[in-house]
Design a protein around this ligand. Structure first.
Ligand code: FES
Length: 138
């Protein structure tokens, strides 16, 4: 549970862009474990917890723009919805509760930013104009 409800409304730096490869990456933000992963067109941030039995999604892999849990293979799309449960009989609907918790995530200035409370509205990203200055080193 996020304890700092004020900071949860802000964009927080989660990782450098170059630190996120094609493998999921676990980071800790406001004492919460978060998994970052790349899809073909974006970076996603989910709570690092599979809703099935609590495995860390960061130990899984990215397949077809989805993150696949390493334990029983539940597959979550980029909106957090579970789209495949390998053990389920064919034709059975996936429960609507089978969802990952999704956080807002953007990439800018070579940094991946995460906002833990997506109901906070349009919080602007921090200005980081120095990033444009070639003489400035991060
Ligand atoms: S714990 Fe993730 S699929 Fe079972």
């Amino acid at each position: 549970m996020i304890k700092d409800l004020v900071l949860a409304k802000e964009w927080l730096p989660a990782a450098y862009s170059h630190d996120l490869t094609d493998q999921p990456l676990q980071v800790t933000i406001l004492e919460e474990r978060v998994v970052l992963f790349r899809t073909s067109n974006a970076i996603k941030a989910f709570k690092d917890l599979c809703i099935h039995r609590g495995a860390a999604l960061s130990l899984g892999k990215v397949v077809d723009d989805c993150i696949v849990c390493p334990y029983h293979g539940w597959k979550y799309d980029d909106a957090g919805a579970c789209v495949k449960i390998p053990q389920q009989p064919p034709g059975r609907a996936i429960p609507s509760k089978a969802k990952a918790q999704v956080y807002d995530c953007v990439e800018k200035y070579g940094i991946i930013w995460v906002k833990m409370n997506s109901e906070a509205g349009d919080t602007p990203l921090p200005l980081y104009d120095e990033h444009l200055n070639s003489g400035f080193k991060t």
